[in-house]
Unconditional design. Structure first.
Length: 156
């Protein structure tokens, strides 16, 4: 009887172990909680990150904030294939950037032409450019993350 209990216990242990391993391999994916998706990697391969992006605003603590619509100045960021960028948020910007397929994005050099602005939203967004650490491409939107959940949002 003792041997039969031991065999049953071993069967349940092995079965539980196999089920646990099966769940671990099917339940976990390397794409979970990553900044980019397979589609975004494909789009990167096709060069879709390059070009001119219109500034829509930013998301901070889950709330979307749009800049004041004062003046007619276009707010944009243009990413070139050679790793250079230029654009205008509050000031004219130009410099160098780098990114990789793991979703990392860094401004490695930035020069701006200082222009005074009364729009604190634009000034805040421009200040966050140097803090950008990752990106996500979704539905013709480029999101440049300056923290885990907060980002500048651009569109085509």
């Amino acid at each position: 009887m003792n041997m039969e209990k031991r065999n049953n216990c071993m069967k349940w242990l092995c079965l539980s172990l196999l089920v646990g391993i099966g769940i671990a391999f099917t339940g976990c994916s390397s794409d979970d909680e990553t900044v980019t998706s397979d589609e975004a990697v494909t789009r990167l391969s096709n060069g879709e990150i390059y070009g001119k992006w219109k500034l829509d605003g930013y998301v901070d603590s889950g709330t979307f904030v749009s800049p004041e619509s004062s003046g007619t100045s276009e707010r944009y960021l243009s990413l070139e294939e050679d790793g250079s960028f230029n654009g205008r948020i509050c000031n004219w910007l130009q410099g160098k950037y780098t990114f990789n397929r793991n979703g990392e994005f860094r401004i490695i050099d930035c020069v701006e032409t200082l222009i005074w602005s009364s729009d604190s939203t634009l000034m805040f967004m421009e200040d966050q450019m140097i803090n950008i650490r990752s990106f996500r491409l979704e539905n013709n939107e480029l999101k440049l993350y300056y923290s885990d959940n907060d980002y500048l949002r651009f569109s085509r």
